[in-house]
Design a protein around this ligand. Sequence first.
Ligand code: FAD
Length: 454
Amino acid sequence: MPVRFVIIGGGPAGNSAATHAARLGADVTLVERDIIGGAAHLWDCIPSKAMIATGGAMSFARRSELFGLHDEDLPQLDAAAVKARLADIEGHLHRAVVDLLESQSVRMVLGTGRLKGPHEVVVETDEGIEELEADAILVSTGSRPRIPDWAEPDGQRVLTTRQAYPPPEIPEHLVVIGSGVTGVEFVHMFSSFGSKVTLIVSRQQVLPTKDPEVAAALEDDFLRRGVVLFKGARAVGIQSDDDGVVVDCDDGRCATGSHALLAIGAVPNSEGLGLEAAGVELSESGHVPINHHCQSNVAHVYAAGDLSGKLPLSSVGAMQGRKIAEHVMGMHTRDHRHLDYDKAASAIFTEPEIADVGLAEADAFALGRKIRVTKVPFAASAKALINSDPRGFVKILSDPATGVVLGGSIVGRHAAELISVIALAVTAGLKVGDIVDSLLVHPTLSEALADAAE
Ligand SMILES: Cc1cc2nc3c(=O)[nH]c(=O)nc-3n(C[C@H](O)[C@H](O)[C@H](O)COP(=O)(O)OP(=O)(O)OC[C@H]3O[C@@H](n4cnc5c(N)ncnc54)[C@H](O)[C@@H]3O)c2cc1C
């Protein structure tokens, strides 16, 4: 009899596990309460990047004179058209994921799932209760925006990220609370739309966990656009009325605006999942702690994606799903590489874009590790000049003794795409010489990677 694999949550982690396990021969049931594709498609990665692309098109139009174009009439944002575009993209992606799952004979059950015991999953559907027996279970129920007790999002003036696609009206002045990846992407998005923006930054640096040089490049761009930074301030309250919002900070300052947006992290969707019925332990934060095979403390119950408390990235969730499928099917003994979270590439879709992978310079110094750091500005790149956008740089970290690439950061146009080369080098243990010896296309931004590797 094939392995019966039941998955609760159809985001990137769940549907990747489902497709791969089915391909490897498992009998897979995927339970989803909302939409196959998950929050990633509906609320997070995709709509945010689609709105950023609209902002990018507006910025491009504003810069068109740099390309020898002249047009008196700049484009105006049509919120209804933007909303329709988001729905269209989400619809296409949803169909693509469902087609893929169907092609692998994954059974999809629309309903809310929970564990009833170590090997039983119960699903509440519109038609009634369905009980499923499982040899292996994956919980990949994701997370939702964190709402502090001092804020009451109303979807009108005070918004969570999920209420901003787009909001009922484009804010005249948006106060963004939180300067992590999500916060800075929304700052970029709305300032591209022409909104005034104030950003509450709880530390002294936006993107507090990133390389200071990378964060400084973004801060420069924000200041150039007129974004007001409230550094070293924590929001502690929001008052709102028909006219606007006032965000109170713990240092006595107040930020006023027309709207406020909360971007202060996420909480895992672990309540009501019946994990205790299966003996699965949770961390204090509500995540399911996992080992390097993504198993919880109960060997046949796996967790992946945001629920697992590892890097909250779609790409990481999807890779966990693939690895789990291999483990469930007993494939982890042959050519199996454990997932190395330290080698996950990530990007921030601001302008300039920011991307990094592997070892960070600050971490290398903190560890007292000898590294070679080489850096090349895009100002020296022919393609950057053709693009009229010479901002940013490529930085590569390597082992001075062996030349093995250990990590890198890119700030600049298409950084999220370009980082793939360094990510491949880091994962495959390639040397800087391998990048230098690659015959790249000219003129391209990727030539700066070869120069930085030199
Ligand atoms: C604004 C924003 C932008 C982001 N942008 C990016 C990006 O550009 N790139 C990137 O890599 N990451 C990005 N992320 C992070 C990324 O969205 C998450 O890491 C990813 O969605 C996690 O995938 P997941 O499979 O764990 O969960 P999700 O995508 O959250 O899916 C979980 C699914 O489980 C379902 N579910 C929950 N409980 C139950 C239940 N009891 N029964 C049945 N179904 C249930 C939910 O309905 C949901 O569909 C972004 C996050 C945010 C907030």
